[in-house]
Design a protein around this ligand. Sequence first.
Ligand code: TXA
Ligand code: MG
Length: 330
Amino acid sequence: MKTEILSGKEGIIKGAAIVRAGGVVAFPTETVYGLAANAYNPDAVRAVFAAKGRPMDNPLIVHLSDKRDIPQVTRGFDRKYEALINAFMPGPLTLVMPRKENIPDEVTAGLNTVGVRVPSNKTASEFIAACGVPIAAPSANLSTRISPTTAMHVYEDMKGRIPLIIDGGECNVGIESTVLDITGDVPVVLRPGAVTAEMIAAVLGADVKSHTGKVLAAAPAPGMKYKHYAPSCECVVAENIASAINCYERQKEEGKDPIILCRREHLPQLIGKRCIDLGEGDAEVCRNVYSALHRGEKIADFIICEDLGASGVAASVMNRVNKAAGGKRV
Ligand code: TXA
Ligand code: MG
């Protein structure tokens, strides 16, 4: 199968036609690129799992172009969460709610809940609206690989597997949406993202269980048990710049070709060493992190990423980097 890349209206019109005919198309969102299928069509949803090589027990998020459509796929919405929808939708927040019967088991992996998200990316919402149906979509990478934040990243994994990639440029947020389960007494962050537990608690004026809390260990998002975001080369997290330099020198002595991923403020300490600049501030670092991992695995054979922090959006970024490193620290 030939994989086309089209941008703008042309991509949206052709992509929507493919989805309406039961096919699978990659599309941009503000978080990462997604692999879209008609959420009401079980065969199309199966084709998404096949294209990704994803286990069928890991549910997909249902994407809508308009938050007013949320009641079409969920039921028993608790009014106290309306403030979250007003504050963060459209945007990088997925709400796990009781599902309606019209959503097939293939989407939810048989769970009686469904994850719902309304992307803020303009191409995404125009594309979903043009499809005319809710869109089931995981990130557009092969299972266990780094999530894509450009059309080229998608192409590397999905070439020959899907007919079309809608190119919407670089994703603005850069890591996957926050997944928040609102089916219990206390909302639980199942996957951290750019919308942090602190931000959610502030809007609700109530407790939120963060992904680091004990509750999460008992009830993680089904996808969290799988190996994720793995670069093709070795990857470690460095406690600080001194340990990053140490590790770099050691790898050099062993004949390796390492690279350091760090915030811009640390570049002056790394003159003469190969580095990738993650930028300044949490939002920029978040936007750049997957691109840096994609680039790092291509131009080096050992990735050293500095620890970016333990609170706010930096903690969400580290959730992904720690997985890329398989928990290895130096
Ligand atoms: O930002 C995003 O969320 C991107 C873009 C494309 O929208 N999508 C994405 O999808 O990251 P995926 O399939 O790669 O990750 C979805 C995560 C998985 O960890 C899955 O287990 C969890 O959401 N999830 C989906 N439905 C769920 C449900 N009903 N209950 C609990 N977790 C759910
Ligand atoms: Mg994913």
